[in-house]
Design a binder for this molecule. Structure first.
Ligand code: NAD
Length: 267
């Protein structure tokens, strides 16, 4: 029997048709959760994720919504509640980069990254929290709900040339912790995962050639780039009752990237 700690729970993963979100959706499905695969572009990719979850014996549906648009987010959650009656797990994964030297960065690049990475988290977490509070604790889990934010090592590590992205992830840390404090009395657990370098389309140039990969690995004491499954497995744990006493934390899943690797040999 596979270990299915999330049996019967209803999950929504934003940006689940690519990269980490896709890996997370598949792991949640394998752990017994029903999964909403949110996407904003590439319907085919979202349907392929749904198909794989269903083929492996799980349940999933795809719902299109831009997480930075209030009306679309509200409509997505209403559709999910209509289909499945509520929500137990939200994974706020959707995110993007629009990199530029600071003095060249346009207001559009700044606003776009903050709108998806931070406002998207706010809109989805608010919709989920309202429903989780209404539901309260049921037999399905010790918590009334679990909210997991896909942050980054860049909520800690400053990142020149990516000031908008690093600011969004730094903001996500305070967002997550303040929300964890506010929602704990409602028995809603709020935590983040901080991925290091995970090979996905967002950072393809950093790993697709042997030279780039070797240079990237210098930043990773454990000596390998991560895969979406590394994040999916930790998401399952954080969403399960095995993590029932974890509240307001970021779990770095980074092969040691946040350990100041340049200090390994002197300093
Ligand atoms: P990715 O580009 O493969 O996936 C990002 C997903 O977000 C895509 O499905 C995209 O369509 C979706 N998305 C973008 N804008 C959206 C919107 N407005 N509404 C709904 N969905 C939207 O990249 P990824 O690496 O899988 O990134 C996933 C998350 O992990 C991001 O939040 C990213 O910041 C974070 N992260 C990634 C890494 C890494 O090394 N890959 C490291 C740290 C953090």
């Amino acid at each position: 029997m596979p270990y299915q700690p999330l049996t019967g729970q209803r999950a929504l993963v934003t940006g689940a048709n690519s990269g980490i979100g896709e890996g997370v959706a598949k792991c949640l499905g394998a752990a017994g959760a029903k999964v909403v695969v949110n996407y904003v572009t590439a319907t085919d990719a979202a349907e392929a994720v749904v198909k794989e979850i269903v083929t492996n014996g799980g349940q999933a549906i795809a719902i299109k919504a831009d997480v930075s648009k209030e009306a679309e987010v509200e409509a997505m959650f209403q559709q999910m509640f209509k289909e499945w009656g509520g929500i137990d797990i939200l994974v706020n994964n959707a995110g993007l980069q629009r990199d530029a030297a600071f003095t060249e960065m346009t207001l559009e690049q700044w606003n776009f990254v903050l709108a998806v990475n931070l406002t998207g988290n706010f809109l989805c977490a608010r919709a989920a929290a309202r429903q989780m509070i209404k539901q309260g604790v049921t037999k399905i889990s010790k918590a009334a709900g679990k909210i997991i934010c896909m942050s980054s090592v860049h909520e800690l590590i400053p990142w020149s040339g990516h000031v908008n992205y690093a600011s969004s992830k730094g903001g996500m840390r305070m967002f997550m912790q303040s929300l964890a404090q506010e929602l704990a009395p409602f028995k809603i657990r709020v935590n983040s995962i901080g991925p290091g370098a995970i090979a996905t389309p967002i950072n393809r140039p950093a790993w697709e050639t042997p030279e780039a990969l070797a240079s990237l690995c210098k930043l990773i004491p454990y000596g390998r780039v991560g895969v979406p499954d590394d994040i999916g497995k930790v998401t399952v744990f954080l969403a399960s009752d095995d993590a029932d006493y974890i509240q307001g934390q970021t779990i770095m899943v980074d092969g040691g990237m946040t350990l100041f690797p340049e200090f390994a040999h002197g300093g």
